[in-house]
Design a protein around this ligand. Structure first.
Ligand SMILES: *Cc1c(COP(=O)(O)O)cnc(C)c1O
Length: 221
């Protein structure tokens, strides 16, 4: 199956209200362009190296999201030339990073929507805020003027999709709770990948992040 066929099939089978983000790690600018030509409007990158290698070579318009580890890549991520062109960071899970991001954005006169990453299965080595800490963390971030909370994101453990349902359900509950706690409209609930996006949509995701089902299996060299 070509990228075009994959994108068209996915877009046809999901509700119109759900946005598809192409998770493009290891993929070339040409592959990303083919995805955009086929109807993808959001590109997600985990690694600043991939971002640098592709962003300036893709001539078609799309939103670019960062979906990788902020902590380990903050040196690059916080550079004005990248902050200037990144539309959303989906992986906010550290107060000091969010504070530094807010300061850098202020200098650029830019407001950026962000998602708080939830460690929905409370996995010890994983990134994300523990479910019980999400509301408190969000309230601390909500005071920033240039970093604007737009919702939640979760990965969940590498298990079969039906096993992920309870973590997606929990993240949706936190999403609704957070709207009340902050008293603002939140637009984005990012959950679900190639193997799990159908379950995620059933549980309320309105942004799904798809890599392999669009581009094929990843080959790491
Ligand atoms: C790689 C990745 C995806 C997509 O995973 P697939 O299984 O290839 O669909 C989604 N989200 C994040 C954060 C990723 O790193």
């Amino acid at each position: 199956m070509s990228i075009k066929e994959n994108v068209e099939r996915i877009l046809k089978e999901i509700p119109k209200s759900v946005k598809v983000e192409a998770a493009a790690k290891t993929k070339t600018a040409e592959e990303i362009e083919e995805a955009i030509e086929s109807g993808i409007t959001i590109i997600g990158q985990n690694y600043m190296k991939d971002f640098k290698n592709t962003y300036w070579s893709v001539s078609l318009k799309a939103e670019w999201h960062f979906i990788g580890s902020c902590k380990t890549q903050k040196h690059d991520l916080l550079k004005p030339k990248f902050l200037h062109v990144i539309d959303m960071i989906e992986t906010i899970d550290d107060y000091e990073f969010a504070k530094a991001l807010d300061e850098k954005l202020k200098a650029l006169n830019k407001v950026m929507p962000v998602l708080i990453e939830v460690n929905s299965a409370e996995e010890p080595q994983k990134s994300g805020i523990m479910p019980g800490d999400v509301i408190g963390f969000a309230k601390r971030i909500a005071i920033f003027e240039n970093v604007k909370i737009d919702g939640l994101m979760t990965m969940g453990p590498a298990i079969e999709p039906e096993g992920l349902r309870k973590y997606f359900k929990l993240t949706k509950e936190l999403f609704d709770e957070l709207k009340n706690a902050l008293g603002i409209e939140l637009n984005t609930l990012s959950m679900g990948m190639t193997d799990s996006y159908k379950v995620a949509i059933e549980e309320g995701a309105n942004l799904i992040r798809i890599g392999r089902a669009i581009f094929g299996e990843r080959i790491y060299t």
